[in-house]
Design a protein around this ligand. Structure first.
Ligand code: FAD
Ligand code: NAG
Ligand code: NAG
Ligand code: NAG
Ligand code: NAG
Ligand code: NAG
Ligand code: NAG
Ligand code: NAG
Length: 542
């Protein structure tokens, strides 16, 4: 295997591309292409969703003289860019435990207004509905790759299988293995690529490994479908596609997050009866056609028993909107020893012997980005896209600017012990608010202030240290802050616009970032006025 991989390496198109890039400046390029070590710095990015594209663009945006001689390769395992917004490939959805490539379902619309979801200064096309369907989001990512000429660096159908650090905490290289399926004419060729990189930027997304709670008695319940009824099933929302499947079934939807909300709104009207199992204090979406239940306690062979002692005997299906785990298989055993996965880890940020994920939180990281594992130099491994409860694209860019400039100049980062102290101080701050940082994980709590301040602080840091010019402006524009905070009001307003069939009138002449911002402002005011008189309406979006 090793030998095949090394042979393939010298024939890869991107090795040649690299040689071309450097040919004019480096006389040694011919020799270098054979050894594969021509670049002054080599960076591998994993994933071509919002995060990976942001990382790639931000690195390419560094001044020409700074990134001269750098090699940047982005590996994406799927057939196109777009991450979660790229639909399933044609064919059957896999059965558990095999996982689908995306949680995307055909009826998905964003639950946040798209102007708040943009990369800075790259708007959605004129006429795009304020809460667009997934097709627009996918297209947006493709357009971004087109517009900024990212494709020469992107390798589709390339799965990063393992990344092992060969070195210590001062120097070393990543040894990676990539499995590729490359179309050539009417057939596809399987390739194994083994090579080294100086830096690894991980943007593999966090909606791919479902968190599936376990209860006593599920096996007996599943095995005991009553005669004539549809086969009992318990499926995580990552497998949810069409609400019609649940027509005339009795369904329990577990959870209160975005996935559970959508399932409730779509399945509720079709189901014979729909229940939503929620934590105390959570509520179903307004106008939802569901009966509220508390948490599930356990199953018997003919019923689901809830923690209040009540039970249901006629349930056919459960949809688990129970969220996702933070996993990075290619950094974890048996493929690599960089990241330890342990839901009940005895370690904390100060004592961790390696990078650790308790499946909610990857630690220790500097500002949710750079690994502070004692086994790696600080700029060896970066994550883009970990924060949750944040508008991804702008946050991805703020993080990616930070990554790009730190890769260009590692001295921009404080010494490791100082970064660790900063992290521990942040964790203490959360504890001071009564929160467990290892449970909160990457969720930026405290409403949008925290999420926005997080991005502002990253960019402020770069300005303060002279890496980028200080224009005196906050990174997150005022209209973005407002748009995110007013998401739900805007969703209700947009629903009313659609009911009145007035989309075209509202969208007419709206093209620039400022015009989208003004549209949100007008809509919020219009809806607020109406709600003063009529109260809140329901919305399918938020
Ligand atoms: C159903 C759903 C609805 C959402 N709706 C909204 C919304 O309305 N508003 C909002 O702001 N956010 C929403 N989000 C959040 C959404 O996840 C982010 O907006 C963003 O698209 C995430 O981008 P990402 O790049 O971090 O991850 P992803 O989009 O998951 O991209 C990660 C990419 O990495 C690739 N990859 C992973 N492992 C490997 C490997 N080993 N080798 C090669 N490639 C690999 C994957 O194939 C994937 O393409 C939603 C998420 C989901 C799941
Ligand atoms: C990726 O694989 C798909 C099939 O899964 C194929 O249709 C497509 O052409 C491949 N793309 C590339 C760039 O090889
Ligand atoms: C599951 O059932 C076993 C045996 O009946 C019992 O010992 C255990 O406590 C139960 N676990 C939970 C989580 O209820
Ligand atoms: C719904 O299910 C009930 C009971 O299983 C059955 O009697 C009825 O015909 C079904 N209705 C539809 C529309 O399938
Ligand atoms: C279901 O459980 C009950 C009570 O534990 C038992 O009497 C019955 O035989 C079980 N039925 C099946 C089909 O397992
Ligand atoms: C981490 O764990 C060690 C050992 O259990 C403990 O002494 C230390 O106070 C902990 N640090 C933090 C920041 O929680
Ligand atoms: C680097 O690793 C050595 C052990 O190999 C350890 O003693 C040292 O503290 C580490 N330094 C940093 C900055 O992590
Ligand atoms: C790298 O960053 C350090 C710390 O901010 C700064 O002093 C130094 O001038 C920078 N080097 C370059 C080449 O920009």
């Amino acid at each position: 295997m090793v030998h095949i991989g090394q042979l393939v390496l010298s024939l890869l198109p991107f090795s040649l591309g690299n040689q071309e890039l450097l040919g004019s400046t480096l006389l040694k390029s011919e020799h270098a292409a054979i050894t594969g070590s021509v670049a002054t710095k080599s960076i591998a990015i994993v994933g071509a969703g919002s995060g990976g594209l942001a990382a790639l663009k931000s690195i390419l945006d560094l001044p020409e003289e700074v990134r001269a001689g750098w090699e940047v390769e982005l590996y994406e395992q799927r057939r196109d860019v777009g991450g979660v917004w790229l639909p399933d490939p044609p064919g059957e959805l896999p059965d558990p435990p095999e996982l689908p490539e995306t949680p995307l379902y055909p009826l998905l619309h964003t639950n946040t207004p798209h102007p708040t979801m943009t990369y800075p200064h790259f708007t959605f096309p004129p006429g795009t509905s304020l809460f667009p369907s997934w097709e627009h989001l996918w297209r947006y990512h493709v357009d971004y790759a087109d517009h900024f000429d990212l494709w020469p660096h992107i390798h589709l159908n390339h799965t990063l299988v393992s990344a092992e650090w060969r070195g210590d905490n001062t120097t070393g290289k990543w040894e990676i293995e990539v499995h590729a399926q490359v179309a050539s004419g009417s057939w596809t060729e399987d390739k194994v690529i083994q090579r080294t990189f100086d830096h690894l930027v991980v943007a593999n997304g966090h909606n791919h490994y479902p968190y599936i709670p376990t209860w006593n008695g599920t096996d007996a319940w599943l095995a005991n479908t009553p005669p004539g009824a549809p086969s009992r099933e318990i499926l995580h929302s990552i497998y949810y596609r069409y609400p019609e499947k649940y027509t005339n079934r009795t369904v329990v939807i577990v959870g209160a997050g975005a996935s559970a909300r959508d399932a409730v709104l779509q399945v509720g009207p079709l189901a014979r009866t729909a229940y939503q199992s929620l934590s105390e204090g959570s509520e179903p979406p307004p106008d939802a056609q569901v009966i509220i239940k508390p948490h599930i306690s356990h199953f018997t062979n003919d019923s689901i028993v809830f923690i209040d002692g009540s039970s249901l005997t006629d349930v056919d299906s459960l949809i688990l909107g129970t969220g996702y785990e933070f996993r990075v298989p290619f950094l974890s055993p048996p493929f690599s020893s960089v990241l330890t996965s342990d839901a009940h880890t005895p370690y904390n940020s100060t004592t961790a012997p390696s990078l650790i994920t308790n499946l909610r939180y990857i630690f220790p990281l500097h500002r949710q980005i750079f690994s502070l594992a004692p086994t790696l130099p600080s700029t060896a491994l970066a994550f883009v896209g970990l924060p949750v409860l944040i508008a991804n694209a702008p946050s991805d860019i703020a993080q990616s600017l930070f990554v790009a400039h730190a890769l260009a100049n590692a001295s921009l980062l404080p010494p490791r012990d100082a970064m660790l102290r900063e992290l521990v101080a942040h964790e203490d701050l959360l504890r001071g608010k009564g929160l467990d940082p290892y449970h909160v994980g990457h969720r930026l709590l405290g409403g949008d202030t925290e999420a926005q301040d997080y991005q502002d602080n990253l960019v402020e840091y770069l300005k303060k240290h002279g890496a980028i010019p200080d224009d005196g402006e906050k990174y997150v524009e005022q209209w973005r802050r407002a748009g995110r905070t007013l998401s739900r009001l805007l969703a209700r307003g947009w629903k009313r616009v659609e009911d009145l069939d007035e989309q075209a009138r509202w969208l007419d002449g709206v093209e620039t970032e400022d015009e989208w911002a003004q549209l949100m402002e007008r809509l919020a005011a219009w809806q607020e006025e109406w709600e003063k008189e009529h109260g809140e309406s329901a919305s399918p979006y938020a």
